[in-house]
Design a protein around this ligand. Structure first.
Ligand code: FMN
Length: 323
């Protein structure tokens, strides 16, 4: 057992949070993570209210939480009320200003998790009373910014310590096994938030062609880009990019965004069709560099068990280094 302030504060068995990946992390995945002793979060996504209700139902009696993309939530404020109506175990906010929502979550005594990509944003989230800060590095899958996990985590840890804050810190970005978990604890985190590895879980809502491609890929084959979000009509704020597997679509359009914008009306339906069909040459597989560490699609419970077992072995081995 690895006990940290995260496991103690949230009553978890393991210091592992499953990322609220839009439309991929549904109630079944979050429930499986909860049953296995981690914190499972439904990916609140981009305003799909019916989907969110279905996923809370799919989670059954498991104590799961929910995550939202802050800039998108600002356009669909009712979603937060809907989620709070399910008495979530925690609410996570990422990508944008959390101030409009933090008070409402805190007033309900629900742990507020803020995922940040910079030190400045971590300080702002602490100001808003975030209970848990997720320091997300650019190795990660899906949206993010530029800082790498290896320096962002200890720098934010230093700031939490300097301020005398009781906030808990988790690392995200590139963590897919026990080596990543042990390393994150070494960097000053109290736990980890894991996306890509759980995206490749049996319970995730992902097309099998995409999961197959992720298993075959190396981390070298990933790239951060914006062209997929142009094709998916996701209007991300300036500066954000997403990490995906490079494919024909990236080869054709990455770096030619102005031209893509001119042809976007033709591309949007083509991309949507490819996404639904699992056509991985046109639609993108949203995974991080950790894709190169994944060899199998496994149930979430097995992923968690092997991650913890490997981390424990590493930590014991490291203790033996001390003379
Ligand atoms: C397919 C996918 C979708 C994601 N969607 C979201 C999302 O909707 N909201 C969010 O806060 N983070 C999202 N993320 C980012 C994760 O929260 C997390 O930062 C990231 O997955 C960590 O890096 P890793 O993929 O190497 O584990 C997504 C990640 C992936 C892989």
């Amino acid at each position: 057992m690895i006990r940290t302030p995260l496991t103690q504060r949230l009553g978890l068995k393991h210091p592992i949070i499953q990322a609220p990946m839009a439309l991929a992390a549904g109630g079944k995945l979050a429930a499986a993570v909860d049953s296995a002793g981690g914190l499972g979060l439904i990916g609140g996504g981009y305003g799909q209210s019916d989907w969110l209700e279905d996923q809370f139902r799919a989670a059954g009696n498991n104590a799961v939480g929910c995550g939202f993309i802050s800039w998108s939530l600002a356009e669909h404020r009712d979603l937060l009320d809907k989620a709070l109506g399910h008495d979530p175990k925690a609410v996570m906010l990422s990508f944008g200003d959390i101030a409009p929502f933090a008070g409402k979550i805190k007033a309900r005594n629900i742990p507020l998790i803020a995922q940040v990509q910079t030190v400045w944003e971590a300080l702002a989230a602490l100001d808003q009373g975030a209970d848990i800060i997720i320091a997300q590095g650019a190795e990660g899958g899906g949206q993010g910014l530029k800082r790498a996990t290896f320096t962002l985590v200890p720098e934010i840890a230093d700031n939490i310590y300097r301020l005398g804050s009781q906030a808990i810190l988790c690392a995200a970005g590139g963590i897919a096994d026990g080596r990543g978990l042990a390393a994150a604890l070494g960097l000053g985190a109290d736990g980890v938030l894991v996306g890509t590895r759980f995206w490749a879980a049996t319970e995730a809502l992902v097309h099998p062609n995409m999961q197959d491609a992720a298993i075959r890929a190396t981390g070298d084959q990933t790239i951060r880009s914006t062209v997929m979000d142009m094709a998916r009509q996701r209007d991300w704020p300036e500066g954000f990019t997403a990490r995906v597997l490079a494919n024909d679509f990236i080869d054709k359009w990455h770096g030619r965004e102005a031209e893509l914008a001119e042809k976007i009306d033709i591309i949007i339906p083509q991309y949507q069709k490819a996404w639904e069909a699992g056509d991985i040459d046109m639609a993108n597989v949203f995974v991080g560099e950790a894709t190169g560490l994944i060899a199998d699609i496994q149930p979430a419970a097995e992923i968690i068990a092997s991650m913890v077992e490997q981390a424990e072995k590493i930590i014991r081995k490291q203790q033996g280094f001390i003379q």
